[in-house]
Design a binder for this molecule. Structure first.
Ligand code: PRT
Ligand code: ZN
Length: 212
């Protein structure tokens, strides 16, 4: 019998909630051990633990059947995979921010400026849609320090409470997108796997309903 392969984040902001979701669906996972792949003992699923950025590619290639990622990572990946369910956790937004002392007029402020981000695809689409001509500087982490060290005039990064921006002397000026954790699939599962996914979705919806 085939098993549904679920890719979740190995360690980070989505990990705990992803495992919790699986367990709340009554799916037992053997605990710990630092394994990268594990099987449930009472439901036909296999869980793959990966970096969140790699999940879209794994799902697109069919190495994993479904995955749990933030909408920001999904959109940035530009992969042809679809959301099957919004999961309601790890809510955040992707926003543009500038040094707090800037007298920010509107989006045109970014014309001719450098903006640092880990989300170059989403940001370039956003600038293009809004007719802004800015230079995007890709950095993979600690984006918030870019304006302070003179690398960029502003940044585009994930914000949740806003305290990271504040402590780096920045202020949020535009929201580029809202995000939450979502369940994704490539959309071409074999019948047996689709049936397992349907069963899983039924349980996820029941769990979510119970929380309302
Ligand atoms: O190692 P791996 O690549 O798997 O993990 P990662 O470091 O890329 O991702 P991780 O674990 O930081 O975040 C996973 C996902 O959680 C993101 O893709 C978002 O969808 C979601 N999420 C929710 C967040 C936040 N909230 C968040 N606050 N992702 C990042 N942050 C960071 C942000 O980058 C900034 O540095 O937290 C800081 C801002 O937080 P506040 O509360 O100070 O505003
Ligand atoms: Zn990541």
């Amino acid at each position: 019998m085939s098993k549904l392969k679920i890719a979740i984040q190995k360690s980070g902001r989505l990990s705990e909630k992803s495992i919790q979701l699986i367990e709340e669906c009554g799916i037992k996972l053997p605990n710990g051990g630092g394994k990268l792949i594990t099987e449930s003992t009472n439901f036909p699923v296999e869980v793959l633990f990966l970096r969140d950025d790699d999940i879209p590619e794994y799902v697109d290639q069919g190495v994993a059947d479904i995955g749990v990622i933030g909408e920001n990572v999904l959109l940035e990946s530009r992969k042809n995979i679809t959301i099957v369910e919004k999961l309601g956790f790890s809510a955040c937004r992707l926003s543009l921010a500038v040094p707090k002392e800037i007298d920010y007029p509107d989006l045109a402020y970014f014309n001719g400026k450098k903006v640092a981000t880990s989300y170059p695809n989403i940001l370039s689409d956003y600038f293009e849609q809004n007719d802004i001509n800015a230079t995007i500087e890709f950095i993979s982490g600690s984006v918030e320090i870019a304006p302070g060290i003179g690398l960029a005039a502003g940044i585009c990064d994930i914000v949740s409470s806003g305290s990271t921006l504040l402590s780096n002397g920045l202020k949020e000026v535009e929201k580029v997108m809202s995000s939450q954790a979502v369940l994704v699939t490539s959309g071409n599962l074999e019948a047996e796997k689709q049936a397992i996914l349907n069963k899983l979705l039924f349980r996820i919806r029941a769990v979510q309903k119970a929380k309302e």
